[in-house]
Design a protein around this ligand. Sequence first.
Ligand SMILES: [Zn+2]
Length: 312
Amino acid sequence: MHETAEDAMEETMRMLHVYADFYRETLAIPAIIGQKTEKEKFAGAKATYTIEPMMHNGVALQGGTSHYFGDGFTKSFGITFTGRDNTLQYPHQTSWGVSTRMIGAIIMVHGDDNGLVLPPKIAPIQLAIIPIAQHKEGVLEKARALYDTLSSQFRVKLDDSDNSPGWKFAQYEMKGVPLRLEIGPKDIENNQCVLVRRDNREKTVVSLDQLSTEIPKQLEAVHNALYEKALENLKEKTHTAHTYEEFLDIAKNQPGFIKSMWCGDVACEDKIKEDTGGVKSRCIPFEEEHISDVCPVCGRPAKHQVYWGRQY
Ligand SMILES: [Zn+2]
């Protein structure tokens, strides 16, 4: 609760950017940021702001919303405070928070046919150590020594079970572990190991003396590559509609977001939803583009550019 509308709005926007920063910096997920239309905003809110990431199949997920309530609810509930001028006043409210749907976003943005792909900053295991030919003398000892050294710096799992290396590779790929470290008798002879990235399966031979600097470098590279891939997907699956015919054609044939102009009338949103079987406005982005002068649905002058899409 806040004394003034300005304070409440400041917090509403600040929290929206907390979400966006967290999605980008920690989850490696890009998103469109903007304001919900009157039709899609939270009932009773004066304004709803949202971040809208795109899942890898082109479907939108409302990643997190931040609402400015004004004093509507405090008036309904009779919540007051004594202002600086000694009169009773109604505080201005905000409402924000993200939920477990964020976990869904991680799975649906980064996952592939082999299972999870977890961003390194939140992966419960960042590095899986897999000994090769572990029955040979010295291999397990070396793998355990590496585990002891590295686990002070990273979240590490050593799998010294009797399962085959191939089984273990598949297991930690499925769990989305960002990096795998393979070490066998020949590696030990050469004071090296092999690092394999989960996201692109790129292998690097690394000297054991370089591990504490090489692993953070690779984890960062995985994070950046995940973000870039998701951003590329977002760009690739965002289409621009200049006419309503074009809009309907994209909605029918191409998964993803549609960018178009909009007159501001809820009737046009309703018509789009009905004609496309479920496409809704995602948001009016903070950075609007000028696509044309008119709303493609009704032909009247356009007020805003809107992102549209199907949602989970
Ligand atoms: Zn219109």
